[in-house]
Design a protein around this ligand. Sequence first.
Ligand code: GLU
Length: 493
Amino acid sequence: MIYEKWFSEQEARIPKGEVRTRFAPSPTGYMHVGNLRTALYTWLIARHNKGKFILRIEDTDQERLVEGAVDVIYRTLTECGLDHDEGPDVGGPVGPYIQTERRGLYGKYAELLVEKGSAYRCFCEKCEADEDAGFEKAADPCRSMSKEESDRRAAAGEPHVIRQRIPEEGTTTFHDEIFGDITVENKTLDDQVLIKRDGLPTYNFANVIDDHLMGITHVVRGSEYLSSSPKYNLLYEAFGWPIPCYVHCSPVMRDAHNKMSKRHGDPSYEDLIAQGYLTDAVVNYVALLGWSPGGEREIYTMKELAEIFELKGLSKSPAIFDIEKLKFFNAEYIRAMSPEDFAKAAEPFIRQAVKNPDIDPAAIAALLQQRTEVLTDIPEKLDFFDTLPEYDTALFVHKKSKTDEAGSLEMLKAMLPVFEAIDDWCDENILTAMTDMAARCECKNAKVMWPVRIAAAGKAVTPGGAVEICRILGKNETLRRMNIAIEKLSAKA
Ligand code: GLU
């Protein structure tokens, strides 16, 4: 056998006796939600089983290479806490972990298959495009070419591809953890190209070789690869290698009929972060897209997920990505943050709206934490802090607080000197000033607070109530705004 010693050296390197999973992205420049989910499930299987999680970069499709794309992969995995035990940056026992750096080995395995009769060289012109479409195996003269002729033409340097020789008769069965046993007729499978004219392997060949040589026990990927799996099985069988456990995840859909897609504007992981979602919330939500731990509980840390993750919770049905549901997760995560962490995360969004250097963003953050779903919602809620909006005095009319314009005018006039007299402008003093006034007038607190809040904010819906808004605005600005309100209301009276 050719390269016999080399083959057995490769076999000897393969780690045994542990669960080994791999995430094998092609560097496309972004991480779509389905990809992130694949990475997550792959990582969870490894961590649940105290195994190894391996990162392999599948870059053999040179035409689709995108500058900086590998960095997106590293960044996403790191941010999401999906640490890998082996990979291009950390090395490992079965490297290199970048497919183009492994290019030397695929050809040898393809030659081995040619020798075994499970593959053949195809010299046809139509293979130029390396496409399988329209290829009919029975009609291909190269399929039945003698070994001697094939060897001679290859030795003479004639360009060719190497194709897998699929049996014409019979069926092939493979097992998938989610979809069960699937049997296909061999005549429906094409003699797919394994090695292209440029000598590089196709994805379909490289991933079988690499999964074997890296000792991968569980292959997790999108169900778009399900239909190719019988061909992978035939390759494993031709080599006499053990077949890994296949886990094909059903697609993540944008609605009942369409897969999520970048082309249709569906967000990638990075888009979601830019839109104000928290990584932990995204990861938690994505974990439940097509997998269920059973029961009602939905919020889990990564550590908890790793403890409970089992393949049997994976679903066959496509999962629909529901942004409203993600918002719910995000709000839960925001509420659970420490005030300090939230203030840090919210500050850039607060500063988009509030430029006044005298206002402390942390003070505003405290008002927002319990009622924010997505960080990008923050700026529009805060527009009134820097500039009092133009508003209609009709806002002073509020049924529940029993206020009208004339009553509000009186109340603001009465409150002005009381506020002026406060030395220490803190929540307690502001509140007492208003509740004392309500007691004196024998009315509800709301009858005082509503006019003050409208005067201070110039709008009816605000984060925080009169006390907090006045405190954050400061005494001078509050008084200035109350005077404006008094003027406006007087003009109407
Ligand atoms: N490189 C393939 C992709 O990004 C990986 C498929 C697999 O995991 O086998 O879709």
